[in-house]
Design a protein around this ligand. Structure first.
Ligand code: ADP
Ligand code: MG
Length: 243
């Protein structure tokens, strides 16, 4: 099956003063349609760097990126921006909502930028916010929302243009346990039949909900494990906690 997102031999070297930091040293990763892949590993192992390269937020030093089978690592910044508007959704630890806008307008904005009319964009945004349990919060601004609610708005925003794949960087990192659980459940159930989901996290509980766990250490893949169906995971979860 064609991957919705694939990285091949991805390498990234950051120049920091006189020192080269080898953040990624040749990483292969692939997300199939409908698959949830967790990328795990300690702080500094290269998780965010990998997500940035796969979403075109930064450029690889070497290697290739494919979105829905099309090679895109060499495309222009404008084309990457178009891809991010239409085919790739992002969710960050710090939500990154626009403070001056309502939840509804935050979610509708990417749809407007992708060319949908105002009424259509607002309708789709409203429907998504309802699906995510925020029907009473559509007019609230981010400051009026809890962290968990803000992240649910961010999920709706990431999904509004029906992307092929969603990239999430520590999506529960700023949330309490209950909100984190809700956000994860929504993320995994909202991914749909064909949509891929890549979550980078240092939290074993987050990774335990994935279909597959890719482990990074010092910029290299050191493990790639398919998890059994939900409900039969306790033993593997214990294993994961040993990383
Ligand atoms: P993680 O998300 O797993 O914590 P990162 O991808 O953020 O890891 O970082 C990987 C390595 O690259 C770390 O050693 C980090 O300090 C370094 N790094 C990340 N971004 C930069 C940057 N912009 N300049 C220099 N070094 C960086
Ligand atoms: Mg990180």
């Amino acid at each position: 099956m064609q991957a919705v997102l694939e990285g091949r031999a991805l390498a990234k070297t950051y120049r920091s003063g006189d020192i080269d930091v080898l953040a990624l040293r040749g990483v292969d990763i692939r997300v199939a349609p409908g698959e949830c892949v967790a990328v795990v590993g300690r702080s500094g192992c290269g998780k965010s760097t990998l997500l940035h390269l796969l979403g075109g937020l930064d450029r690889a030093t070497a290697g290739e990126v494919y979105v829905e089978g099309r090679r895109v690592d060499g495309v222009s910044d404008a084309e990457w921006a178009r891809l991010r508007r239409r085919r790739i959704g992002f969710i960050f630890q710090a939500f990154h909502l626009l403070d001056a806008m309502s939840a509804l307008d935050n979610v509708a904005l990417p749809a407007r930028l992708a060319g949908h009319d105002r009424a259509g964009a607002r309708k789709r945004a409203g429907d998504l916010l309802c699906e995510l349990g925020l029907e009473n919060r559509v007019e609230a601004t981010p400051a009026q929302l809890s962290g968990g609610e803000q992240q649910r708005v961010a999920i709706a925003r990431a999904l509004v243009n029906r992307p092929a794949v969603v990239l999430a960087d520590e999506p529960t990192g700023n949330l309490d346990t209950d909100s984190a659980r809700t956000v994860l459940e929504l993320l995994t159930t909202q991914r749909g039949e064909d949509r891929g989901l890549l979550i980078v996290t240092h939290d074993p509980r987050v990774a335990a909900g994935a279909d597959r766990v890719v482990r990074l250490r010092d910029g290299l893949v050191v493990g790639d494990t398919a998890l059994a169906a939900a409900g039969t995971r306790p033993a593997q979860l214990v294993e994961l906690e040993g990383w």
